[in-house]
Design a protein around this ligand. Structure first.
Ligand SMILES: Cc1ncc(COP(=O)(O)O)c(C=O)c1O
Length: 348
């Protein structure tokens, strides 16, 4: 199988491009551009138990996450990023050859993990505005389908999942995984549905809004029954002690992150407007911390390459469904202004 396409860390990128590290503007992985919160750095410095294994039962972790998500700790499972939880879901639910449904374009890791777990990934195309058509969803033959993976806001398009589509799949006696990695930016969630739907699994991450991508921690909220399955098969020590300290500190400092989300949302709306001025860019309205653009009459690969030479990294797509697209993560105001200056020169 093809390896998962890697994202380079800033020091490696700087070395490869022969640029100073300070010049790298990383807008390719939807990370938090404000960096690790100072409170988190301080708490990590004060950690005393890095020589001891983490708690395999995740007692404290499950409790603090449950308090944040307003559910019982028995409904929570933490993992090394949402990525690990997607993998555990597939390991738990899939027998060889069983089908997993998703709607493309979406997060490419789903396909990779389903294949790794010997499932069959069945991808259906989204509409031209990247929504999922309920009528077409109802026509899908669900024989042999075990899991449906939906993403809201969807990466890379930034639009929300329609509730009617979720309700339809939930009514079909399938496990439905809703990936809410970016829900803080859209202020919307389907978490409230978990209590009445044993088969609904919500995944979230501390990598994006909470700026802990390098520490690797995410969580799932699900029925106690599903959570028992997750807890039974998860690696015992996957979430490390430092990540637990960082996570708890983030949750004790929510206003810090709420302010950053408000600022990033403002910058996103401003950037969207600025990008819309370019006739060669077709901007997809986003509810997340990234913006997808189709590049018209100009080569997106060239733009990607030339931005990279200046130290500005965006994501370039050349797939069947995303021909000539770039995705831009929302950085600081100053970073977005630099990006726009480069774009003006490159596109005009
Ligand atoms: C939709 C989506 N889900 C999950 C992830 C992975 O998150 P984590 O860093 O928690 O593994 C990403 C990362 O980009 C993502 O875009």
């Amino acid at each position: 199988m093809a390896p998962y396409s890697p994202i380079e860390p800033p020091d490696q990128i700087a070395k490869r491009l022969n640029l100073p590290e300070e010049q790298i503007i990383k807008l390719d992985a939807n990370e938090n551009p404000f960096g690790t919160a100072p409170e988190v750095l301080e708490a990590l410095g004060n950690g005393r138990y890095y020589h001891i294994y983490p708690d395999p039962a995740q007692v404290n972790l499950r409790q603090v996450i449950a308090q944040y998500a307003d559910c019982s700790p028995e409904m929570v499972v933490a993992g090394t990023g949402a990525d690990e939880l997607i993998d555990i879901a597939c390991r738990l639910l899939l027998e060889t050859g069983e089908k997993v449904i998703s709607f493309a374009p979406t997060f490419s890791y789903y396909n990779h993990v389903v294949a790794l777990n010997k499932g069959r990934f069945c991808s259906y195309p989204r509409e031209s505005d990247f929504s999922i058509s309920l009528d077409k969803a109802k026509q899908i033959d669900l024989t042999g389908v075990k899991l449906v993976i939906l993403c809201s806001p969807n990466n890379p398009s930034g639009n929300l999942l329609e509730e009617a589509v979720l309700d339809y799949f939930l009514s079909q006696n399938l496990v439905v995984l809703v990936d809410e990695a970016y829900h803080e930016f859209s202020q919307s969630s389907f978490l409230h549905k978990v209590k009445n739907n044993e088969n609904l699994l919500i995944l979230r991450t501390f990598s994006k809004c909470f700026a802990l991508a390098g520490l690797r921690v995410g969580y799932g909220i699900m029925s106690e029954k599903l959570a028992r399955g997750f807890m039974r098969i998860k690696p015992p020590f996957s979430v490390n002690v430092a990540a637990e300290i960082a996570l708890e500190t983030c949750l004790n400092n929510l206003p810090h992150f709420q302010d950053q989300v408000a600022e990033l949302s403002r910058i996103r709306d401003w950037t969207q407007k600025e990008l819309s001025v370019f006739q060669q860019l077709q901007v997809t309205p986003s509810q997340s911390n990234f913006i997808l653009c189709q590049v018209l009459n100009t080569n997106a690969a060239d733009i990607f390459q030339k931005l990279q030479e200046k130290g500005v990294l965006v994501r370039y797509f050349a797939t069947d469904l995303l021909q000539n697209y770039i995705r831009i993560s929302i950085g600081t105001q100053a970073q977005m202004e630099i990006l726009l200056e480069h774009l003006k020169k490159l596109i005009n």
